[in-house]
Design a protein around this ligand. Structure first.
Ligand SMILES: CC(C)(COP(=O)(O)OP(=O)(O)OC[C@H]1O[C@@H](n2cnc3c(N)ncnc32)[C@H](O)[C@@H]1OP(=O)(O)O)[C@@H](O)C(=O)NCCC(=O)NCCS
Length: 211
């Protein structure tokens, strides 16, 4: 079973799954709630079927007997039915990851070699450019900012967020530690987040909780 890592952190429990098996093979070991079976049957693409099943198999391992998941109509954010626990899900080409937490939570995984030059100005604030340029690994810094902002976006459940203006990541020394902070600026108030990053199999995984 390719659950390749389980992380118990103060933000929650994270499971990371390596996407190495076919959807048919994954399905053999997957116990799906009826709603998930219907959702799964609506997917045609092999990649989508694999990543969906991988998220459920990850849950089976980190949260045996996990409750049914529904998706909010407004944003598509996954939520547990009949549970106070929070969930967030992410996938990349070769990994899937899930976090469960007592706190509102978000997770995102991105491949380190992803070319995001074309969208940099859409998601990086001018104040964050220094952080990228002054560090020793500009590509890592860019991908980390991207993943951090996606994680915050998922955690918030809000729509229409301008990443380069409304989500700001505080500069930090990513060679010295894996914890950092950021905020979402919204007319209803500013929300602060604690974030962590984790490098795994040519991906950067970022997860966040509200502070
Ligand atoms: C929805 C979105 C966050 C998904 O992120 P992604 O990197 O494409 O894909 P990931 O694999 O990391 O995440 C997918 C999972 O996110 C979850 N998700 C989808 N929409 C969500 C939302 N609004 N809030 C929280 N979680 C969400 C789902 O669980 C989904 O997996 P599942 O369908 O298998 O359960 C992303 O497509 C998006 O819309 N981002 C904001 C776009 C934007 O404004 N970007 C501006 C920067 S230039």
């Amino acid at each position: 079973m390719p659950l390749i890592e389980k992380i118990e952190s103060k933000s929650g429990t994270i499971g990371i799954w390596e996407l190495s098996e076919s959807a048919d093979d994954l399905l053999k070991n997957c116990q799906l709630h009826l709603a998930d079976l219907e959702r799964f049957n609506s997917f045609r693409a092999e990649k989508r079927r694999r990543e969906f099943l991988a998220s459920r198999l990850t849950l089976q391992q980190i949260f045996p007997g996990y409750p049914e998941i529904s998706y909010t109509k407004s944003s598509g954010k996954p939520v547990f039915k009949d549970s106070d626990l929070n969930i967030s899900i992410t996938h990349s080409a070769n990994l899937a990851a899930v976090i469960i937490s007592d706190e509102p939570v978000g997770i995102d995984i991105e491949q380190l070699d992803r070319n995001i030059e074309k969208v940099v100005t859409r998601f990086v604030a001018p104040s964050e450019m220094d952080f990228i340029k002054k560090g020793s690994h500009p590509q890592l810094a860019k991908i980390m900012l991207w993943a951090a902002k996606e994680a915050i976006y998922k955690c918030s459940g809000m729509l229409g967020i301008q990443f380069n203006e409304q989500i700001i990541i505080d500069p930090f020394d990513y060679t010295a530690g894996n914890e950092f902070s950021g905020k979402l600026i919204h007319p209803s108030g500013t929300i602060k987040y604690r974030l962590n990053y984790h490098l795994i199999k040519n991906n950067v995984l970022v997860y966040c909780v509200e502070k």
